[in-house]
Design a protein around this ligand. Structure first.
Ligand code: FAD
Length: 498
């Protein structure tokens, strides 16, 4: 008997989404992630749950429609992590004419599934307050709907739900080899120690590493043509003081977003260029930062320079490509390749995908494996992720309830905790009656109680896991505070080991 029905390589959004779906269908699942959950591309996205307005130009209607429908499915699944957002699209003199933008937005509004999100409206940027942060050349603009998400927490909550449904999630566990017989034999490396596991079927969900895992570890060259491209973002102090995002048309044909981020900041991105090499080494370089600063300075009245950048990060998109000339033209859809050679255990390889469509990708992956495991009904469309079991428009009520139950919390702290943990906030705050009951403060509003929760339930092991992937408090802690957090976590691990 193999140890598991299904083994999955990769703890990004696609691997954890499949693990959750499979565990919920009653399969025994092992997921291995070589670093932390979401340490690859799934923490480096623009954090939009969107149809992809730009993709309409490419005629990728199937992708746009699926993604548009998925926005509201996900909003209901995780209303704490996913927020509706309005986007301001200025008509740019000399670029796509206003009628074309309006037509695109009409299609975007009506292509699929919009029940909660409001429709597009036209704005006069010379009068509307939304035009005030922008350069004076803008007159016409549009405001349309999409959503913003916390990408890495979405990954962690999928892993958490998978684990609560019986999946085994092993982080800092690298698959170094997998031998294919009538079952898969996986060789795993955990901090220099080796372990083995067997499974009836294997999914390669290694994102931009999918090719190197296929060739290097599975001994099977990837069946598809994989194209990698890099996208960078910068974070600066808030460039405007409202809750809408901006989407700008750039003269190279691309678009750049400037989005409200973590209350006090603006997230700007992204670049799009071909990438070669180890995706683990990707970083925003000086040219990327300069490009994004220029994009800000071309559109906003406030000018920024590279020295104003508080955080820059980059990720690698991986796509199945038929030979597009420019990186921005590479299809953003996903492709699933099933290798079900008779007599050998099946292998499913995942190419591409978006955060927005991960749930549908997981359903499609399990449909591919249907002949192996037998038909088991899909279930995730009407499910909640941990902490998301409240109405999609109930965030403010939950914040008010939290402030009433723990009156020593200030509103901003309650808002951050609800945004991260939703209805599970009580698992951190417990019976606390005063700030002191949450243990030592570790910088900004981070408390020992929260860090202990993250270590016990969300696989956090290092300060980066807490500061950049379970939260974005890395933007707020000083170097000294980070050091204190590292010491606190090392002590907590020491105590766990005793
Ligand atoms: P990853 O998240 O990269 O996960 C793969 C994992 O596999 C990694 O964590 C890696 O460590 C692990 N792994 C590799 N090899 C091994 C091994 N041998 N053993 C164990 N583990 C291994 N999508 C949207 O919907 N909205 C957006 O706004 C958006 N913006 C984007 C902006 C940029 C710049 C980029 C790059 C992408 C963006 N995307 C967006 C796309 C989205 O981020 C990706 O499609 C998605 O994160 C891919 O997830 P994944 O699980 O396939 O890959």
């Amino acid at each position: 008997m193999p140890d598991y029905d299904l083994a999955i390589i990769g703890g990004g959004i696609n691997g954890t989404g499949i693990a959750r779906d499979a565990a919920g269908r009653g399969l025994s699942v092992l997921l291995v992630e070589q670093n932390d959950l979401a340490s690859g591309t799934s923490s480096a996205s623009t954090k939009l749950i969107h149809g992809g307005l730009r993709y309409l130009e490419h005629g990728w209607l199937r992708l746009v429609r699926e993604a548009l429908i998925e926005r509201e499915v996900m909003l209901r699944m995780a209303p704490h992590l996913i927020r509706p957002m309005r986007f301001v699209l200025p008509a740019e003199p000399g670029m796509r004419p206003a009628w074309m933008l309006r037509l695109g937005l009409f299609i975007y509004d009506h292509l699929g599934g919009r029940k909660i999100l409001p429709a597009t409206r036209t704005i006069d940027l010379s009068r509307d307050a939304l035009g005030a942060p922008l350069k004076g050349r803008y007159r016409h603009g549009f405001e349309y709907s999409d959503c913003q998400a916390d990408d890495s927490r979405l990954v962690v909550l999928n892993a958490l739900d998978a684990a609560e449904r019986g999946a085994v999630i092993r982080t800092r566990t690298r698959c170094v080899r997998a031998e294919r017989k009538d079952v898969w034999h996986l060789v795993l490396e955990i901090r220099g120690r080796r372990d083995v596991a067997t499974a009836r079927a294997l999914i390669n969900a290694a994102g931009p590493w999918v090719g190197s895992v296929s060739e290097g570890m599975l001994g099977a060259p990837p069946s598809g043509r994989l194209r990698l491209n890099k996208g960078s973002h910068i974070v600066v102090r808030a460039l405007f003081d409202h809750d809408r995002g901006y989407i700008f048309q750039i003269s190279d044909g691309r678009v750049v977003f400037a989005l409200p981020f973590e209350r006090d900041f603006t997230l700007v991105g992204t670049t799009d260029e071909d990438f070669a090499g180890d995706p683990g080494t990707v970083a925003a370089d000086a040219d990327d930062v300069a490009y994004l600063c220029r994009a800000v300075n071309d559109h906003f009245r406030t000018a920024i320079a590279p020295a104003d950048v508080l955080w820059a990060f980059a990720g690698v998109r991986s796509h199945y490509d038929e030979g597009s000339a420019r990186p921005q033209d590479v299809p953003r859809d996903y492709v699933l390749a099933l290798d079900d050679e008779p007599g050998a255990a099946p292998l499913l390889t995942i190419y591409g995908g978006k955060i927005t469509t991960y749930r549908r990708l997981a359903e499609a992956a399990l449909a591919e494996l249907g002949p192996v495991f037998g038909a088991r009904p899909a279930w995730t469309a009407s499910s909640s992720l941990p902490g998301g079991d409240f109405p999609h428009d109930g965030v403010e009520r939950l914040i008010a309830k939290t402030c009433a139950a723990w009156p020593f919390l200030d509103e901003a702290h309650a808002r951050r905790l609800i945004g991260a943990y939703g209805t599970r906030v009580d698992r951190i705050l417990g019976s606390a009656r005063s700030p002191a009951d949450l243990g030592p403060h570790l910088g900004a509003d981070l408390t020992a109680a929260e860090v202990r929760y993250l270590m016990a339930h969300e696989w956090a092991q290092t300060e980066d896991d807490v500061l950049w992937r379970r939260s974005k408090l890395g933007l707020r802690l000083s170097r000294e505070e980070r050091g204190r957090l590292a010491t606190f976590m090392a002590g907590a691990i020491g105590n766990q080991d005793k």
